[in-house]
Design a binder for this molecule. Structure first.
Ligand code: HEC
Length: 170
């Protein structure tokens, strides 16, 4: 993953805005680096912070996702993104001292609750319950035929999808 490519992709989508209401959440997914650990497709992988669980296979509700993002998950590499979590903001009824060695890492940036809700809405709309990542999804994510997507080209696709992918990929 190359972040200048990503920035370019977001730049492009800013110039050609679409009406997808979850675009704000998608931007949070990139800027808060959810995709650094969970990957663009949300299936996770062994990045830094440990093996991130698959958000495609998650059973969590919107409220539970909001809680995990705000408070992180104690005892795992999932960071917290709410400023003051485990201090003035109680998480799982714990402060830093209660959490002790289970204290999750701090996210690379803090997110306002509006941004946390937006990223949860994005996960629900585009990632949770979506099967295996496809080439079409990948180019939609990057708003271009990013080379990151080439690995998905070989996957078996429905004839309609294959035609669409070929058209967009060249
Ligand atoms: C430093 C790596 C890292 C970053 C950054 C990160 N996560 Fe995670 N995330 C993890 C790990 C590791 C887990 C698995 C925790 C566990 O084992 O229970 C996880 C778990 C989760 C879960 C719980 C899934 C489930 O089914 O239990 C959600 C939801 C989630 N992350 C969303 C996000 C979102 C949204 C962002 C960005 C705001 C984000 N994560 C950023 C590493 C990360």
């Amino acid at each position: 993953m190359n972040f200048s490519m990503l920035a370019a992709a977001y730049g492009q989508s800013a110039q050609a805005p679409t009406s997808d209401p979850t675009n704000a959440g998608k931007a949070v997914f990139g800027k808060a680096n959810c995709m650094g650990c969970h990957k663009w497709h949300g299936n996770g992988g062994g990045g830094y912070g440990g093996d991130a669980l698959s958000l495609r296979k998650t059973d969590l509700t919107r409220d539970q996702i909001i809680e995990v993002v705000g408070c992180g998950r104690p005892g795992t590499g999932m960071p917290f993104f709410t400023r003051g979590a485990y201090d003035e903001v109680k998480c799982h009824d714990m402060n830093r001292q209660d959490a002790g060695a289970q204290m999750p890492p701090e996210g690379g940036m803090f997110l306002r609750s509006k941004d946390i809700e937006a990223v949860a809405d994005y996960v629900i709309a585009h990632i949770k319950g979506a099967g295996e990542p496809t080439y079409a999804e990948c180019i939609a994510f990057f708003s271009s035929s990013s080379r990151v997507c080439d690995v998905y080209k070989t996957q078996a696709q429905k004839p309609d999808d294959a035609t669409a992918s070929r058209g967009k990929g060249q």
